[in-house]
Design a protein around this ligand. Structure first.
Ligand code: NAD
Length: 287
C-alpha cells in the first residue's frame, strides 16, 4: 500500500479523498493554492468526522488522530516524499495539465499521479509528464467518505502495474472499483450529465417546476435525490465543465449544455458551495 499520499485541491472532493486515506492510517499532504483554501479543506474534514462521531461510528480520539494525519500546505514541493498524489483541482484541462507538469517535477520518479477528473482525458494529462505509465484516473464519488464507488480509468499508456496498485488501494479504502477506458466522461458522467442537463432543460422550458422535476426522479425512478439537487451537490460549474468536455469530445449536439445552466454559472450560482443554485442553502437547510 501507499505510504504517503498527496492530494492537490482541498475543495469538496480533495478534502474527502484526504479524509478517507487518513482514516485508514495513511499520512496525507493536502495542498491548495491559498492558505485559506487549505484551512477550509481541513474544516470540511473536521465537520465530516464530527458527523461520523455523532452517529457513533467513530470515537473522538480516532477522529482527532485522522485529522492529525492530514498536513496542509500551499507548496507542491511538499509532495516530494509521496508515492501517490491524487489531483482534485478545478475541472479545467489547461489548469490540470499545468498541475500534472508541476507534480511530475516535484515527485519521485516512481510516484503514481492520479486524477479525480470527472471527464478530462487521462491520456492528455499523462502526456504532459515523463511518466505516462504511472498516470491514471481515480474518480471518487461525492461525498467521498460515504460513496462506495471509485471509477478507475486507464489512459493510453497507463501500465498494468499502476492499474493493479490503484485497484488495490481502492479496496484498501473499503471501496469498490469499476474500470473504464479513457473516453470523455468515462461511464459515470457520460450517463449522468445528459440526465442532469435534460432536467435543467425541463426547468427552462417550463415542463415542470423544480420540485416536481426532482420528485419525478426520486419517487418515479427511485433515485436518492433529484437531478437538480444532485447538480447543486456536484457544483453547477463542474456540471457545465463536464458537459463541455462531452460536447467537444464527441462533437455530438446531444451533449450541448442547457443555456439556463450556463446562465446560472455566469451568475455565480454554483449550488451548495456558493450557497445557492437550484435551491437556496443560506439557512443551512435547502429551500
Ligand atoms: P471545488 O471547486 O470544490 O475544489 C477545487 C479546489 O481546487 C479549490 O479549493 C481550488 O482552490 C483548488 N485549486 C484550483 N486550482 C488549483 C491549483 N492549480 N493548485 C492547487 N489547488 C487548486 O471542486 P470539487 O467539486 O472538489 O472538484 C474537484 C475535481 O473533482 C474536479 O476535477 C471535479 O470534476 C472532480 N469531481 C467532482 C465531483 C463533485 O461531485 N463535485 C465528483 C467527482 C469528481
Amino acid at each position: 500500500m501507499f505510504q504517503n499520499v498527496g492530494v492537490v485541491g482541498a475543495g469538496q472532493m480533495g478534502s474527502g479523498i484526504a479524509q478517507v486515506f487518513a482514516a485508514k492510517g495513511v499520512p496525507v499532504v493536502l495542498v491548495d493554492a491559498k492558505d485559506e483554501f487549505v484551512a477550509r479543506g481541513r474544516k470540511t474534514i473536521e465537520g465530516s468526522l464530527a458527523r461520523i462521531v455523532k452517529k457513533g461510528a467513530l470515537t473522538q480520539d480516532d477522529a482527532d488522530k485522522t485529522l492529525a494525519r492530514v498536513t496542509g500546505s500551499t507548496r507542491y514541493e511538499d509532495f516530494a516524499a509521496c508515492d501517490l498524489v491524487v489531483e482534485a483541482i478545478t475541472e479545467n484541462e489547461p489548469v490540470k495539465r499545468e498541475c500534472f507538469a508541476q507534480l511530475d517535477a516535484v515527485t519521485g520518479p516512481t510516484a503514481i499521479l492520479a486524477s479525480n477528473t470527472s471527464s478530462i482525458s487521462i491520456t492528455t494529462l499523462g502526456a504532459v509528464t515523463k511518466r505516462p505509465k504511472l498516470v491514471i484516473g481515480m474518480h471518487f464519488m461525492n461525498p467521498v467518505p460515504v460513496m462506495q464507488l471509485v471509477e478507475v480509468i486507464r489512459g493510453q499508456e497507463t501500465s498494468d502495474e499502476t492499474t493493479a496498485k490503484v485497484l488495490s488501494a481502492v479496496e484498501f479504502l473499503g471501496k469498490t472499483p469499476a474500470e473504464a477506458r479513457d473516453f470523455p466522461g468515462f461511464v459515470s458522467n457520460r450517463v449522468l450529465m445528459p440526465m442532469i442537463n435534460e432536467a435543467v432543460y425541463c426547468l427552462m422550458e417550463g415542463v415542470a417546476a423544480r420540485d416536481a422535476i426532482d420528485t419525478v426522479m426520486k419517487l418515479g425512478m427511485n433515485h436518492p435525490m433529484g437531478p437538480l439537487a444532485l447538480a447543486d451537490l456536484i457544483g453547477l460549474d463542474t456540471c457545465l465543465s463536464i458537459l463541455n468536455v462531452l460536447h467537444d469530445g464527441f462533437g455530438d449536439p446531444k451533449y450541448r449544455p442547457c443555456p439556463l445552466l450556463k446562465r446560472m454559472v455566469a451568475a455565480g450560482l454554483l449550488g451548495r458551495k456558493s450557497g445557492r443554485g437550484f435551491y437556496d442553502y443560506s439557512s443551512g437547510t435547502p429551500k
